[in-house]
Design a protein around this ligand. Structure first.
Ligand code: SF4
Ligand code: SF4
Length: 546
């Protein structure tokens, strides 16, 4: 008797899984990782790693972590009937061991020159066992379709799990994650796009950043006395009252209900919005003596962090501008905004509007949660949905906009980077927008209708609740028969991802993949003057999640 289903979301910043009792139609347990097992901070790093390293290495890292995660779902995995896996095209292709090189190039000419064919990524049903998941060997595996190579099943999820597809009003939906998938609906036309927003939107690549998990500062409010109120996600991922802090000294003036460990993407948005309101920050600059905000001992936010967030703001703003302008409408025509993903759910929507992450003039904002995991849950419950999703993907495929080929995006991104990273004043920004034929920054609607459809990004954690895996624990390991133990490689690794230890006549090298920056870095290889260290030669060791 097989009574269980499993829903999986392979996100760029972490993996999420839920067990479902199929007889009682209810979620049993949820498990998430606080990082991705493949080295690198964004999906292009993961793609580069998968192409550059031994092909199976990235897949084995994902599989090893997923199988460890499944063990935390409080079910007998031998009684699993079906599994649905959602994610973006790069993650799903690596997971399914499919061709990925076509995803690395946006231009058709470059692909043709290199002899790379575009791969169809339609909906699939196959044995979950053949996917490498440690469940019943006859369990079925369901993979939803991609729309286009940048717009995957996770982007379909954000459209499908809201009423975006059926609304008659001009509306926009955006996943506030590292890949910033977005779409607008004008009449019956749906136009999609995707901008590389970077990891800061999910609280990563920020000094004390973390994903939306217990202990994350998720919101900040200014106070008249110059202090700030912080809010922290509690054990059940609900927003609870955090400490009252002096942001210049980091002094805790009043303790909160739940202790903070770091700051997540929504907290970062709130911090920058608060900083701009109070004069503590201006674009690209923290205006106190140390150029540093302290949100209590050990949780600091630097000018470098502010610039990292600036790149994210520039990507979202430019993407929204490109979608509307290339479609012949104004940002002011958008009536409704649907915000998805953890940041889209927990962020104070008005603060996001102030920074331009949501077009300022929208009338209604709906915050919807993690739609990718929710869609995987829906497929587990009703497998017939796969056909509907395929039809939807086919019907909207033709109207995808490649931002990499858009002059509007190129100009908009240059202007917004000038503001948010280089500190260009807003009045100068208006001049630059005019110069490039971009529409002026829309005025801010002071009273938008904000509807929080979901209080948590994962709506139903199940009767056994949430397990958070702080350290994915995947390791690349190998033996060096030649090494003079100079230690240069260790010193070169700012991420502290590398370790070396003697074992008999060889040196054993280990790379913690959750910390490693991957092929974009390779400082350790370059530091080894004798060229003994080759990341290619290492092998994946099974996960030791903690
Ligand atoms: S130095 Fe090496 S181990 Fe460290 S982050 Fe860079 S590639 Fe990874
Ligand atoms: S830099 Fe090369 S020789 Fe030096 S410790 Fe590292 S692997 Fe060994």
């Amino acid at each position: 008797m097989r009574d269980y289903g499993i829903a999986i979301d392979i996100g760029t910043s972490g993996l999420r899984a839920q067990s479902i009792d199929l007889n009682q139609d209810k979620v049993l347990a949820t498990a998430i990782t606080m990082g991705h097992p493949v080295p690198g901070a964004n999906v292009m790093d993961h793609l580069d790693f998968a192409i550059d390293m031994e092909k199976s290495m990235a897949r084995n890292l994902i599989l090893s972590s997923l199988n460890s995660l499944l063990e935390r779902l409080r079910i007998d995995l031998g009684r699993v009937e079906r599994v649905a896996v959602c994610g973006n095209p790069i993650q799903l292709s690596i997971f399914q061991d499919m061709e990925i090189r076509d995803l690395a190039y946006s231009g058709e000419r470059a692909k043709k020159k290199l002899g790379i064919e575009n791969i169809k990524r339609d909906a699939r049903v196959l044995d979950a066992g053949s996917l490498g998941l440690n469940v019943h060997p006859e369990a079925e595996g369901y993979i939803p379709p991609a729309v286009k190579h940048e717009i995957g099943a996770d982007a379909l999820a954000m459209m499908y799990k809201t009423d975006f597809l059926t609304t008659d009003e001009i509306s926009m939906v955006t996943d506030y994650g590292t890949n910033a998938e977005m779409a607008i609906k004008i009449g019956n036309d749906i136009i999609t796009g995707s901008a590389a927003a970077g990891p800061a939107i999910e609280g990563q690549h920020v000094g004390k950043g973390m994903l939306a998990a217990p202990g994350a500062i998720s919101d900040i409010d200014p106070r008249e006395d110059g202090l700030v109120n912080t809010y922290v996600l509690n054990r059940d991922l609900y927003k609870s009252r955090g400490a009252v802090i002096d942001p210049n000294s980091g002094e805790i003036v009043e303790k909160g209900e739940y202790e903070a460990k770091g700051i997540t993407g929504t907290g970062v948005v709130a911090l920058v919005s608060t900083g701009m309101d109070t004069g503590l920050m201006s674009p690209g600059k923290i205006n106190n003596e140390e150029n540093l905000v302290r949100l209590q001992k050990g949780i600091e936010f630097s000018q470098e962090d502010l610039r990292e967030v600036g790149k994210t703001i520039a990507a979202f703003t430019s993407g929204h501008m490109t979608l509307t302008q290339e479609s012949g409408i104004s940002l002011r025509d958008i009536k409704n905004m649907y915000m998805t993903g953890a940041t889209g759910t927990y962020v104070d929507a008005f603060k996001a509007m102030k920074l331009g992450l949501v077009p300022g003039t929208v009338e209604k904002v709906m915050q919807v949660g993690n739609t990718s995991l929710a869609l995987a849950c829906d497929i587990v419950r009703d497998t017939g949905m796969l056909d509907i999703l395929q039809e939807t993907a086919d019907s909207i495929r033709a109207k995808h906009l490649m931002f990499a080929e858009s002059k509007v995006f190129e100009n908009a991104f240059a202007v917004e980077m000038g503001v948010w990273v280089q500190g260009m004043p807003f009045d100068q920004e208006e001049g630059m927008r005019k110069h490039f034929g971009l529409e002026p920054r829309p005025p801010l609607n002071p009273d938008p209708d904000v509807i929080r459809i979901r209080e948590r990004d994962i709506h139903d954690l199940g009767m056994h609740g949430l397990t958070v895996v702080e350290n994915v624990g995947t390791v690349l390991r190998g033996e060096l028969s030649e090494c003079n133990e100079c230690g240069r490689c260790i010193k070169s690794c700012n991420e502290e991802a590398l370790s070396l230890r003697p074992d008999g006549s060889v040196m054993v090298i280990e790379v913690n993949t959750g910390r490693c920056l991957g092929t974009a870095c390779k400082r350790c290889e370059r530091a080894c003057k004798s060229k003994f260290l080759k990341l290619h030669s290492l092998k994946v060791e099974s996960g030791g999640m903690v």
